[in-house]
Design a binder for this molecule. Structure first.
Ligand code: PLP
Length: 281
């Protein structure tokens, strides 16, 4: 198949898939999701992403009708049915199907959605531009829900401004990007926001921290301000499909570019890890 959609056992192309209007995801955004990519039909860090999906679902009392192992096996099987090995791998579980009513009563079985689409892997050496936007999201950003309106608005604003990502900030503190985590290099230290309720604990973020530890780069997981970001030696963003991209401009003004050796070491580590783990014999 060219691409693939899965809904509670049904499989079709993405375009042909039809879902019930009464799926609570459609009218409440009542669901959780996760996303990663596949290379050579091997899904990158699938167990970590599935574990985060279960944490998000547990936080909202959404029941996933599979064990994590079954869900991993299902996704791995589906990925082999798409012709192209490089894929965007997206999965979500909505709370269930019922007439519109805020409370959900006894509902315990979620609806499982998977979308697989051919994609080009992002060039980790791509240099990117950012804008800054006040963070108007709710206070449970550690839960990966499909309610993404503030992030969607921020992302559109970035695109309209010719930028790649919007950096969200709350009370002066940089929280994260609209769909990424933000990091800075300052005084030789890799600084990244703590994994509290204001950010998503990114899987690429965790891998960058491992990279720092292996490369002997000190890590500081405390909040930093927009000013600190603007004056940092380097600014990086990470997500599973774009792990460790270097930012060179924020709001049209140059930033970073003052610790190229640290960035090069981190990017090489990340690229080597991805390539080693998604290589076929
Ligand atoms: N923060 C937000 C708000 C995101 O949407 C994402 C990715 O979707 C990330 C951070 C990065 O997470 P990960 O590295 O697990 O892809």
């Amino acid at each position: 198949m060219k691409d693939l959609a899965y809904y509670n056992g049904k499989i079709s192309s993405i375009e042909d898939m039809r879902v019930p209007m009464l799926d609570r995801g459609c009218y409440f955004g009542d669901g959780v999701y996760d996303a990663t990519f596949a290379r050579n039909h091997i899904v990158w860090q699938l167990e970590e992403h599935v574990a985060r999906l279960y944490r998000s679902a547990d936080a909202l009392g959404i029941g996933i009708p599979h064990t994590p192992e079954e869900l991993c096996a299902l996704i791995r099987r589906l990925v082999t049915q798409v012709n192209t090995g490089e894929q965007w791998v997206y999965f979500q579980v909505t709370r269930g199907t019922a007439p519109r009513n805020h409370a959900w009563g006894e509902m315990c079985h979620g609806n499982v959605w998977v979308m697989l689409r051919p994609t080009e892997m992002v060039d980790v050496y791509k240099k990117i531009k950012l804008i800054t936007v006040p963070d108007t999201r709710f206070l449970h950003c550690d839960i990966k829900t499909i309610n993404l309106i503030p992030s969607v608005m921020a992302s559109q604003k970035a695109e309209m401004a010719g930028a790649n990502e919007a950096v969200l900030h709350r009370d002066g503190r940089v929280t994260e990007g609209s769909h990424s985590n933000i990091h800075i290099i300052k005084d030789g230290v890799f600084r990244t926001a703590p994994t509290d309720n204001l950010i998503l604990p990114g899987i690429a973020r965790a891998h960058l921290i491992t990279a720092c530890r292996e490369l002997g780069i000190p890590v500081n997981e405390t909040p930093f301000t927009v000013d600190e970001m603007l004056n940092a030696k380097e600014v990086l963003i990470s997500s599973s499909s774009a792990p460790g991209l270097r930012c060179v401009e924020i709001e049209g003004k140059p930033v970073g570019r003052q610790a190229p050796e640290v960035v090069a070491a981190l990017q090489k580590w990340v690229r080597d890890e991805i390539f080693a783990e998604t290589e076929r014999d």
